[in-house]
Design a protein around this ligand. Sequence first.
Ligand SMILES: Cc1cn([C@H]2C[C@H](O)[C@@H](COP(=O)(O)OP(=O)(O)O[C@H]3O[C@@H](C)C(=O)[C@@H](O)[C@H]3O)O2)c(=O)[nH]c1=O
Length: 185
Amino acid sequence: MPFDFKRLEIPDVILIKPKVFEDERGFFMETYKKPDFEKAGIKGDFIQDNHSKSKYGVLRGLHFQREPYAQAKIVRCIRGVIYDVAVDLRKDSPTFGKWVGVILSEHNKWQLYIPKGFAHGFLVLSDVAEVVYKVDNVYAPNYEGGIIWNDPDIGIDWPVDKPTVSEKDMKWPTLREAIERGWVF
Ligand SMILES: Cc1cn([C@H]2C[C@H](O)[C@@H](COP(=O)(O)OP(=O)(O)O[C@H]3O[C@@H](C)C(=O)[C@@H](O)[C@H]3O)O2)c(=O)[nH]c1=O
């Protein structure tokens, strides 16, 4: 199998390590293979691909889309280095409110699978980072949701003190407020 799948402390979040074939020309790797991913428990129909570029210290997140437009994501960093984070928003989950974070980079070529029911965000640790990700539902601006990146109840250990956050991302509610709004899964 050209991938190694590893379930993290939140077992529905899966780290994907590809098999990289290097030779004098450079490298080759498969990045997505539906049958292998499905066998590993990654079952969505990934119908949209996204690509963003950000500078050092930029934090995008914590984002999700609400039902019926919730999205599972498969995230990778094709240039630079990011700290990628998933927060469990599934109210009946034993890990509700907990987070996991991993370094994804152009060097390790790892990917993170984040199921529906999670908030997602990342912080750029290199001068520039380009992130590409597959999602299994279309963008639906009226169903966007978010949680404030520094919610003390979640306590994500972001590796940069004062990240650059968009105005939109500064206005997201805390997890407690999100629960009151019914923004959980
Ligand atoms: C996410 C998205 C944005 N857009 C547009 C809306 C807006 O004008 C512009 C920038 O949008 P944002 O500021 O929301 O982009 P960004 O902050 O990069 O949003 C992304 O963050 C990461 C962490 C995720 O997990 C993604 O699902 C997505 O929410 O791009 C689309 O057209 N399609 C899309 O799928």
